[in-house]
Design a protein around this ligand. Structure first.
Ligand SMILES: Cc1cc2nc3c(=O)[nH]c(=O)nc-3n(C[C@H](O)[C@H](O)[C@H](O)COP(=O)(O)OP(=O)(O)OC[C@H]3O[C@@H](n4cnc5c(N)ncnc54)[C@H](O)[C@@H]3O)c2cc1C
Length: 396
């Protein structure tokens, strides 16, 4: 029997595994696909880090609550926004290098809803970099990893959890404590509602239902976030987000009647809602059958130069290149894409779910982000609460 079983190998699960393994042996990490296959691996923009003046955790707290429509649990937001210095240091200890300027100082990117530029990035593929360094640490941590193990059900017999898995046949694994870090459900919901989504195909949400059956409570569980700028074209990237920080850097989003005033429209949720409204009013462009908005990034090129784009947004620059686009003239076409599950399982400040022996961290949880997550706060969440959950589950 294992002491702790961790479900999922995104940012939250792997962080938890690393921290738990510093405290105890006999830990198992189960994951549906390969180690690190997750939404975390797809993150682009950056992690929120209120670590340099004039920014600070208090302003970060206010921004997070406001963005979350004040539906957040204040105590969890305090833990989150107070953690960024420690989280940045921890990630650097694992081997992550954030972008810095020529003098060696952190480069903070602006983002909608944040009072000050607050996003620390690694080009535009921070998620893949985080997953790479964490996977290497997990492999060296002594934690047993079982890939291609899909959890089908979790039962409780007295004080023992029984985890039913599909892995070339059905198996049952027993453990004393369980840590849920299996992410959100946007991929499944998008498929049901025929929406475009930014999420990976493992984001199907079934583990949250299992936790509810065992007595876990949920908060804001039906609250979903749309990223305003999913690619409409190319088709191979449909739904994947174009980095939103481009808007804060001066890119212009337009419908058929002209530019949208981003400052006036406001938060991520408000912008997506506004775009859906404009689409319903027949003010969006059409690309084939799909509604679309134009994103002109030539003002960003004018202001910062083409090299800046290549360095800071290499993924975007490469899409433009493979599509043969001249970014001084050719816009991207975008549309809101289903992106994030704002709510989920209720936890306390120790990542405990209220069910004996059951902990949770990351996108599966609810309360931290209220009903609308502030950009960059999810990566902060998975590392901050992943660490807390790993330590708490190890101690029991
Ligand atoms: C395209 C994209 C860009 C993003 N950009 C940013 C950004 O710039 N900044 C930011 O802060 N956030 C960003 N986010 C959000 C953020 O990356 C994720 O919400 C967050 O990383 C979720 O981490 P997680 O560990 O909770 O879940 P995930 O990373 O989704 O990991 C869940 C894990 O659980 C496994 N799993 C699921 N179900 C089962 C099961 N039944 N059995 C076994 N294993 C299971 C999955 O295979 C996966 O390994 C982005 C998200 C997307 C999709």
């Amino acid at each position: 029997m294992y002491k702790v079983v961790i479900i999922g190998s995104g940012g939250a699960g792997m962080t938890a595994a690393i921290e738990a393994s510093k405290n105890i042996d006999n830990i198992l990490l189960l994951t549906k696909s390969g180690l690190g296959f997750s939404n975390t691996a797809m993150a682009q923009g950056g992690i929120a880090a209120s670590i340099c003046e004039p920014d600070n955790p208090e302003v970060h707290y206010e921004d997070t609550m406001k963005c979350g429509h004040f539906d957040n649990v204040p105590a969890l937001v305090r833990v989150l926004t107070g953690s960024s210095m420690e989280v940045v240091r921890w990630l650097e200890e694992q081997g992550l290098n954030f972008d810095r300027d020529k003098t060696g100082r952190y480069m903070f990117k602006p983002s909608i809803g944040s009072t000050f530029p607050r996003l620390l990035s690694c080009g535009d593929n921070i998620g893949a970099r985080i997953v790479t360094v964490l996977a290497e640490k997990v492999r060296g941590s002594g934690v047993t990893v079982k890939e291609n193990h899909r959890v089908l059900d979790i039962k409780r017999r007295k004080k023992v959890f029984q985890v039913y898995c599909e892995a070339n046949g059905r198996i049952v694994i027993e453990c004393e404590r369980i840590l849920l870090s299996s992410g959100g459900s946007c991929y499944k919901i998008a498929a049901q509602k025929k929406l475009i989504t930014s999420n990976c195909s493992d984001a199907t949400g079934e583990v949250m239902e299992m936790a509810v059956k065992l007595g876990a409570k949920t908060a804001e569980r039906d609250s979903l976030q749309y990223h305003p700028m999913g690619y409409v074209l190319p088709l191979s990237l449909r739904g994947r987000p174009v980095p939103e920080s481009l808007l804060s850097l001066g890119a212009v989003l337009s419908d058929r009647e002209g530019p949208i005033d981003i400052e006036k429209v406001g938060r991520r949720s408000d912008l997506s809602a506004y775009m859906f409204k404009r689409h319903d009013e027949n003010k969006a462009y059409r690309v084939g059958e799909a509604g679309a908005f134009k994103l002109d990034i030539s003002p960003v090129l004018e202001k910062y130069g083409k090299d800046f784009l290549k360095k800071s947004f290499p993924g975007l620059a490469s899409v433009a290149k493979t599509q043969g686009m001249d970014l001084d003239k050719d816009p991207f076409f975008v549309f809101p894409t289903l992106h994030y599950q704002n709510g989920g399982i209720v936890i306390d400040g120790n990542a405990w779910t209220g069910v004996e022996g059951m902990y949770a961290a990351g996108e599966i949880t609810g309360g931290v982000h209220g009903s609308n997550r502030l950009m960059g706060n999810s990566l902060l969440d998975v590392i901050c609460f992943g660490r807390i959950a790993g330590i708490a589950a190890a101690r029991g």
